[in-house]
Write a protein that binds this ligand. Structure first.
Ligand SMILES: [Zn+2]
Length: 168
């Protein structure tokens, strides 16, 4: 999939994201389109080629490799409320991949977002025992990754009109 350039507020290139991610940033009001595709559309938006952040982001902080402090909310954010077992965006709970009762650690690498039914179904078993394979491997996110997850989370509904084209 083509990548969209993300510019800082001072128009320096920060990084590249997917079209979907860029549109979510526009929809959230954290970025505005600078350059758009002539014909392709995604929902009400022209497909962006370049977007610019509304607020200036300190690059030093952006590129820091600082690991995020572990938290239950952080796990849900990292996984964007997507259940690691069924893949639906309905996760409200956190599951220890290797259950705590079996010596599993309370840490990023042993924690995934899970919906309540999957969490209940899995219970005190490992994914293998429960025959519920993980859809991705949990990882330790950086603070920056969590920051971007927060600004594009579909669960944070803060609708603005910025970047949206007027209705015809
Ligand atoms: Zn689930």
């Amino acid at each position: 999939m083509t990548q969209v350039e993300v510019w800082n507020a001072d128009e320096t290139l920060l990084h590249r994201v997917s079209v979907r991610h860029a549109v979510q940033m526009i929809w959230r009001g954290v970025a505005t389109p600078v350059e758009v595709h002539a014909t392709e559309r995604i929902g009400p938006y022209r497909v962006p080629v370049v977007v610019r952040l509304v607020r200036y982001v300190e690059q030093k902080w952006l590129y820091s490799r600082t690991r995020a402090t572990y938290s239950r909310e952080g796990v849900l954010l990292r996984d964007r409320h997507r259940c690691a077992y069924c893949g639906r965006f309905t996760a409200t709970t956190m599951d220890h991949v290797l259950p705590r009762s079996r010596g599993g650690a309370t840490a990023w690498a042993n924690a995934v977002a899970a919906c309540e039914p999957c969490n209940l179904r899995k219970g005190d078993r490992t994914p293998d025992e429960a025959r519920m394979p993980l859809r991705w491997e949990p990882y330790v996110p950086t603070r920056v990754q969590l920051h971007f997850a927060r600004t594009t989370s579909p669960h944070v509904t803060h609708l603005t009109d910025s970047g949206k084209e007027p209705a015809r």
